[in-house]
Design a protein around this ligand. Structure first.
Ligand code: TYD
Ligand code: MG
Length: 451
């Protein structure tokens, strides 16, 4: 009898190897290789129901896909305008961030236009019912199926013929054709593959919830991201109520879109005016607070940066940044010392982005420097002033993308003055209510602010 061969597959990147290794040679992760039985996948479980035939490019219909509205404007916006029939959408995020809540709320709305099936593979139907009660959901066409076997789920789908499907989560379901445990690479890949065939074949829009590993990748792993049409990340700081839904990949729309939500007692509330929310608790007459016009995807977002500079009682002063890259702050402090001649040696420095958002673009440099200088000099920045611009190593201020969008958003919220890179002044049209001031060097900004 032929000996049964086993393979070892990496649970991070999906690499397969005939022998075990302590470290995956592909993704360099330790202890990720797990023994699995080789998969004998039957051909017809993968093939699309209708065989394809060559078509002329010019004759292929280019009609915009009919999108179905989820009834939640922020989710529709992130998806690029709504759910495309037959699309496979992966929703990832840390545990407890609100993925199940988001999808339950969206499905309650979707169920108004057709039968929706929610498969809570992690929880019992009772648990989901309790949550639904809390969210005030009471829709007749929303079905729950607590099942983890893929074959059973597919069978029930045939009987029920739903118009929308959620699998919460892909890591807990398994196909009986494979020996490996649920959540392993081969199970996740096989189940996603079969769900994809079903989604494309029946035009059934399918949402998959995916867990996220410590370092932020969707567990089970990159292969999953390649297979689906759209990848959405739901992120936020658990200590803050704000949540951002970000499209990381979208075959049917732009990845520049974000949706903003607020987690409340009665579930997620959509935030159509995030800037107003982020600035709501701003102390207007305090030193160390500056407002930056940042851009999240294609959406301008006004956020408050707060700095605290105080003399250190220890030999090595602390430098702490929340919501901004540490290295960026170290660099800005060095620029302040060397190019603007503001001595911060021996000072503890704390910098925080209010509201728990994370800002990663260099356009926040100018506002960060202004907040630091304001706290150090103990002088208040005009509360009607907004800043943005990237700062180079010699202290020069560099142009950044989409200045017009940012200035307009600031004007809309009643700001009257805007300090921006001189290079951005060309060809922008701004409302009369706001005065743009272009600068070339970071020290000019401080001269204007603290004149
Ligand atoms: P959940 O959707 O279960 O997260 P995930 O599926 O991503 O793991 O959300 C759980 C958190 O959301 C939990 O900490 C409680 C909080 N929550 C509210 O604050 N209000 C609500 O109405 C609901 C349903 C949850
Ligand atoms: Mg959940």
């Amino acid at each position: 009898m032929a000996r049964q061969k086993t393979i070892y597959s990496c649970q991070q990147c999906g690499l397969q190897s005939p022998k075990w290794m302590g470290r995956c040679p592909d993704c360099q992760q330790w202890n990720t290789l797990v023994e699995e039985q080789p998969v004998a996948v039957s051909d017809h479980s993968r093939a699309l129901p209708q065989p394809g035939k060559p078509e002329k490019l010019t004759e292929v219909s280019s009609r915009e896909e009919d999108r179905l509205s989820c009834g939640m404007a922020e989710l529709n916006r992130t998806l690029g305008g709504g759910v495309v029939p037959g699309s496979l959408i992966l929703v990832g995020g840390d545990p407890g961030i609100g993925k199940s809540t988001l999808l339950l709320q969206a499905f309650a709305k979707l169920a108004e236009s057709g039968t929706a099936l929610y498969v809570p593979a992690e929880e019992s139907t009772r648990q989901v019912k309790l949550r639904a009660d809390r969210l005030g959901i009471n829709t007749n066409h929303l079905y729950l199926l607590a099942e983890t076997s893929l074959e059973q789920i597919k069978q029930r789908i045939k009987e029920l013929n739903p118009a929308f499907l959620v699998i919460d989560s892909i890591q807990t379901i398994f196909s009986s054709g494979l020996d490996s445990a649920p959540g392993s690479v081969s199970q996740v890949r096989e189940c996603t593959g079969q769900l994809m065939v079903q989604a494309k074949g029946d035009g059934l829009p399918t949402f998959l919830v995916g867990h996220v590993t410590k370092d932020g990748a969707i567990a089970g792993p990159r292969v999953l991201e390649h297979m689906v049409d759209t990848v959405l990340y739901f992120e936020g700081d658990p200590g803050h109520p704000y949540r951002i839904l970000r499209a990381v990949k979208n075959r049917f729309g732009s990845t520049n879109e974000i949706g903003v939500f607020q987690m409340q007692e009665q579930g997620l509330r959509e935030v159509s005016n995030p800037s107003e929310l982020f600035l709501a608790e701003r102390p207007e007459k305090s030193a160390g607070s500056a407002v930056v016009a940042s851009l999240e995807g294609s959406r301008p977002l006004l956020v408050e940066l707060q700095a605290l500079v105080s003399s250190s009682s220890f030999g090595t002063p602390q430098r702490t940044a929340i919501g901004i890259d540490h290295k960026r702050i170290a660099l800005l402090i060095a620029i302040l010392e060397k190019k603007i001649e503001l001595s911060l040696a021996g000072q503890d420095i704390f910098l925080n982005v209010a509201g728990g958002v994370r800002l990663d673009e260099p356009a926040i440099d100018l506002a960060a420097i202004a907040a630091l200088a304001s706290s150090h000099l103990n002088r208040v920045i005009n509360p009607q002033l907004v800043l943005f611009g990237e700062i180079g190593l010699t202290g020069e201020v560099r142009a950044i993308s989409q200045p017009e969008l940012r200035v307009k958003e600031a004007a809309r919220l009643g700001f009257t003055q805007c300090i921006l890179p001189n290079g951005n002044l060309k060809n922008i049209e701004v409302p009369d209510t706001i005065k743009p001031v272009g600068i070339k060097h970071a020290s000019e900004a401080l001269d204007i602010i603290f004149e």
